[in-house]
Design a protein around this ligand. Sequence first.
Ligand code: BES
Ligand code: MN
Ligand code: ZN
Length: 500
Amino acid sequence: MDFSIKAFNTKNAIAEQKTGCVVVGIFENSKLSAQAKILDSKGILSHALKSGDITGKAGSTLLLHTTSGNAKRILLVGLGPETGISDRNFISASQSVARSLASLGSIDALIALPLDGVQGRDAYWAVRTLVLALRESVYRSDSLKSKKEEVSTGVKRVAIGVENAHLAEARKSLAQSIAIANGLELAKTLGNLPPNICTPTYLANTAKQIAKEYKLGVEVLDRKQLEALKMGSFLSVTQGSEQPPKFIVLKHLGGKPKDAPVVLVGKGITFDTGGISLKPGAGMDEMKYDMCGAGSVLGTFRAIGEMQLKLNVIGVIPTCENMPSGRATRPGDIVTSMSGQTIEVLNTDAEGRLILCDALTYVERFKPAAVVDIATLTGACITALGHHNTGLFTRHDEAHDALANELLAAGKVANDTAWRMPIEDSYQEQLKSNFADIANIGGPPAGSITAACFLERFTRKYNWAHLDIAGTAWKSGAAKGATGRPVPLLTSFLLERAKK
Ligand code: BES
Ligand code: MN
Ligand code: ZN
């Protein structure tokens, strides 16, 4: 899909644009938006509104075919109450526009919505919302089908109309939004790939490709190097697998050389059978999505690489498979992590924390400004928050409240929300082991919190936040597929940091 920004210089410019379809907004109670009023010189729009076919309810649409004027079609889209467009209503309108344009017999369209009319948001936000909705509507996951879905219709060239005053802001947003869409799409594609293709080696090669394209630093450590680093916890997870483990380090150094980097750590289990603590068979295929944390780090690096973000960001991905075999780790095994802490593996299905803890120790060397780990860590997080919010965990002190608030705000702006959960010492007690420093499970109560508490013990040398994306990284059922979350949250977080 090709995007451009079009400035409306004079009041009438919208009517002078030659296009296959012009998109304008309608408010509740059949009120025309400013651009719609300009288009309505011959009364076509008022006439359509009188018919009652569209009322202005957010997300409703009506397509009109014209015989005069420069636009062959006019797509009316409802924006809700005129008193101020809410985030939700603008998002819903954007998705409806995307759906309608995807089935038009026209190659181009001009979107002329009130980009500065969303309450508490700016044109930058509105352009991004439109671009992400449009790109989402044309995303396909049929790369491995022998017969691809025929898509002969649909708009390929989209111009977004803006008032002159917002031109610079809209242009900047467009460039960054396309980068975000590209990153989001990479995260989705990696998530959706089958586990026989998307192996640890495949993720490592993807990281190398991104590094080459955007001139980033990249390093991939193999088993021998991980042994030398004494990553006994990470290595215990990969023991049962025929696929070699990889430890990926990506460096985007867009900031000042002396600035402490933000470090992103992504869980990269390319398939989670549970190991010897084998998972039930039903739905196990979805454990190919257990690398979505890693996918979101790669997607975010693609996005910040393309937008040449002026910030130092390091991405770290421990990646392997969790398989049962004669060589696999047993429940009851005690392993020694890179930090020196010993871990009793009471359940081999609690493997995410075992690979992350060594990565979290490894990143101490970067003297990070902040570390954010992203992981499909616990089924319990789905029970707690469902599929709407990512779980956010940090310690509860002033510095961490600030970090948590940055991440929460980034999620809100990006429509990729998180919800903060508690980490308290009382939960740490559930991780007591009679034989090692710590057990890798804390029993059924508060499963996502005890998982976070486990990670917390390895992060005491820096500011740290943990995102549990078990409920948000992919959808099940008929709409099965990766969502690309939390690439929008992470890129918004980094964009804000780059402004400081
Ligand atoms: N990858 C899973 C978490 C998961 C499960 C995410 C289902 C999304 C859907 C993780 O490795 C796991 O198996 N966690 C266990 C932990 C338990 C053994 C303490 C879980 O959540 O059941
Ligand atoms: Mn597991
Ligand atoms: Zn897992």
